[in-house]
Design a binder for this molecule. Structure first.
Ligand code: GDP
Ligand code: MG
Length: 163
């Protein structure tokens, strides 16, 4: 069984951008399964010499009758349950939002290892958000830029001992 990493976080923090960077052209077909997995993209990721499966919880933006919070809770709980590790992204440029803080509580109770990452950290605009992320109680956040490929070493250092 291969190691699986779930990328979780509220919409627009950069989950899919990171997913695409990790998966590149190796994107797997989306499984047409009922429930939360329907909202999920899965692919074969590569990070330096590491190979693993990655989930992108992609469906939070879909229009359903459920609230964003309900969908996010369902997807986050499923990801925590099914993945071997989770990467919890916040948007350093937007700063920590109440929704981020709410879901940080969920992440803190996870049995799976969680890495907190402040994305969009290229340049100085992300600095206040990076410091805010320390307050989420998930340890020291790594500074990431999914778009520019920054922070991949720190992600590697987190994953290496687990895989
Ligand atoms: P998702 O909703 O969490 O999957 O977020 P997306 O991957 O769709 O990205 C949301 C927006 O943030 C898009 O406009 C991305 O181009 C932008 N974005 C993603 N990563 C970065 C980053 O590292 N830096 C900056 N400045 N923008 C980013
Ligand atoms: Mg997305």
């Amino acid at each position: 069984m291969s190691f699986t990493l779930a990328i979780v976080g509220r919409p627009n923090v950069g989950k899919s951008t990171l997913f695409n960077r990790l998966v590149g052209k190796r994107l797997a077909l989306v499984d047409d399964q009922p429930g939360v997995t329907r909202d999920r993209r899965e692919g074969d990721a590569r990070l330096f010499d590491l190979h693993f499966r990655v989930f992108d919880t992609a469906g939070l933006e879909d229009v359903t009758d459920d609230s964003l919070e309900a969908r996010m809770r369902r997807q986050t709980e499923a990801a925590i349950e099914q993945a071997d590790a989770a990467l919890f992204l916040v948007d350093a440029r937007a700063g920590v939002t109440p929704l981020d803080a709410h879901f940080a509580d969920l992440m803190r109770r996870a049995r799976t290892p969680v890495l907190l990452a402040a994305n969009k950290c290229e340049g100085k605009a992300g600095e206040p958000g990076l410091y805010e992320a320390f307050g989420l109680g998930l340890g020291e956040p790594i500074a990431l830029s999914a778009e520019h490929g920054l922070g991949m070493d720190e992600l590697y250092d987190f994953l290496r001992p687990l895989i």
